[in-house]
Design a protein around this ligand. Sequence first.
Ligand SMILES: Nc1ncnc2c1ncn2[C@@H]1O[C@H](COP(=O)(O)OP(=O)(O)O)[C@@H](O)[C@H]1O
Ligand SMILES: [Mg+2]
Length: 228
Amino acid sequence: MEITIQNLCKDYEGPNGAIRVLDSINLQASDGDSIAVMGPSGSGKSTLLHILGVLDAPTSGEVHYDGQSPFALRERERALFRNKRVGFVFQDHHLLPQFSVLENTVIPALANRRISKSLRNRANELLEQVGLAHRIDHRPGELSGGERQRVAIARALINSPDVLLCDEPTGNLDMETATQVSDVLFDLHRNEQTILMMVTHSTELASRCASLYQLRVGKLDLAREATA
Ligand SMILES: Nc1ncnc2c1ncn2[C@@H]1O[C@H](COP(=O)(O)OP(=O)(O)O)[C@@H](O)[C@H]1O
Ligand SMILES: [Mg+2]
């Protein structure tokens, strides 16, 4: 599995005309890669993640998943593509309060099916890996912040996506909890061998990724190359 980004540009309309947020970004990533993206607030980190995850479209340039452009798909197919191939973890857990841990975890897989035996097994396996096997019947309101974020990680991986995109995944957590959550994240990344791309303000978290990029005024620069 390989993702390539070529000459990606993103403009937003501002009061005085278009503002270029991403300027000719190039990036390539394959299975097992872990990439951190750092940069000041407003530098376009979330925009880049959203485009990579097919939540937002580029103004120009190309995004390919194994040679296929998700933006060439019609809306419904594009939504299915995103659902199957992309996992998201946001700064906030975005769990649905009325559903249990198990139900929240399987939600991305419910588009076409009921909770089958195999889906339940997959969810249990992931929840065990994030250390929450004993909490599957709890509601998010009964969990700590770190536990909620661990459910969000399990949910992001339920469909075995090609890419796991994390936008400041530990941004709302204290340092000790952030370390626990990032341990879980990197363990799962190692087991699942997805492409991991993470936006973070934490140098500690970024240092655990094989490579590091810096976004500055729309340009993406390689700051530390993967050595493995
Ligand atoms: N939907 C939008 N419409 C207009 N401007 C936007 C939109 N989303 C983001 N921006 C602008 O694009 C820039 C980059 O935003 P963002 O990607 O969220 O930055 P970061 O995640 O690095 O803080 C900011 O100046 C922001 O105001
Ligand atoms: Mg952001």
